[in-house]
Design a protein around this ligand. Structure first.
Ligand SMILES: CC(C)(COP(=O)(O)OP(=O)(O)OC[C@H]1O[C@@H](n2cnc3c(N)ncnc32)[C@H](O)[C@@H]1OP(=O)(O)O)[C@@H](O)C(=O)NCCC(=O)NCCS
Length: 163
């Protein structure tokens, strides 16, 4: 299994993998926008035939008019691994690579993400393996009315403890 930076030619495979694994799907325009805007943040896992079996799609959010006091941070839009390739450490590896680029290349203070309250596997990955904390619960965040946990991992461990 090879985990590497995502390239434009991977986008079809990433979208296909997303359609197979998650109910939150996006237009090709969305995938292209993220890859072109933040080319160092998204990763794929490919099998020996070069088939995309997992991806993480991430972006950077910067302080803006709506949130002038906010900190520059990374945000994981979507991550998934095809069923037959799960529990091999692929998601962990892709997350660590993306987080590292957020911090080192973009100077991000933390990484954030949303996850369904019922998604035990993903919550275990974020909390137990990667050290994310739940910052808040966003009620009815998903289209079907399910709540989201908004989770955050500060790259400075001291800040993570205080957050
Ligand atoms: C969540 C997901 C991305 C994890 O991918 P993965 O490659 O299997 O994860 P990893 O192998 O890197 O797992 C790392 C750790 O996360 C936790 N974890 C992963 N899957 C788990 C599961 N099914 N149950 C409990 N813990 C789990 C474990 O602590 C695991 O470490 P371990 O295998 O040493 O016990 C994958 O299950 C998936 O694609 N799910 C469907 C899409 C999805 O829910 N995406 C997240 C949306 S927010």
């Amino acid at each position: 299994m090879n985990v590497r930076l995502a390239r434009a030619e991977d986008l079809i495979g990433m979208q296909a993998s997303n359609l197979q694994n998650l109910p939150e799907n996006y237009t090709m325009r969305f995938w292209i926008y993220h890859l072109m805007s933040w080319p160092q943040l998204s990763y794929v896992a490919e099998d020996h035939k070069g088939r995309i079996v997992g991806y993480v799609l991430s972006k950077i959010d910067e302080p803006d008019e709506d949130n002038p006091e906010g900190e520059t941070h990374g945000h994981v839009n979507s991550i998934s691994v095809l069923r037959e390739y799960r529990r091999l450490g692929i998601a962990r590896k892709m997350m660590l690579l993306s987080q590292d680029a957020m911090e080192k290349i973009y100077g991000a203070a933390y990484c954030s993400l949303h996850v369904r309250k019922s998604n035990k596997a993903a919550i275990a990955l974020y909390k137990e393996t990667l050290g994310f904390e739940v910052a808040k619960v966003e009620k009815k965040y998903y289209g079907d009315g399910e709540d989201a946990l908004y989770m955050r991992l500060y790259f400075d461990p001291e800040e993570n403890q205080n957050s």
